[in-house]
Design a protein around this ligand. Sequence first.
Ligand code: AMP
Ligand code: ZN
Length: 113
Amino acid sequence: MPDDCLFCRIIRGEIPATFVAQTPECVAFRDIDPQTPTHIVIVPREHIPTLADVKDPLIVGQLSRLATDLAESEGIGQSGYRVVVNTNADGGQTVYHLHMHLLGGRRMTWPPG
Ligand code: AMP
Ligand code: ZN
């Protein structure tokens, strides 16, 4: 776990966050700068920089399952939501610890900006 990774520090409890779920493999917390009424960040406990660095694809399934479970518990399962994995610079990634964004609670447009 890199000392200077923001999400590793949140997982270790060194930086406060509003946690909404914890599993043996994943942690979920509210985004500090929410872009939609529901905006949750779902991360693996293991430090994996980007989606392209995933070795065992099981972790992507575990993150996805937690995202869909949280969509239900947040009450946006039926209204709809978006799950996003920004990857590298053009993808808009700013924190290099793999994460899924769960976004919902308002109508979103396509294509993204
Ligand atoms: P990305 O741009 O896809 O790498 O997403 C990183 C996300 O982390 C952004 O949506 C930020 O608002 C969010 N973020 C940054 N710092 C924190 C923090 N301390 N607690 C919760 N979310 C954060
Ligand atoms: Zn990390």
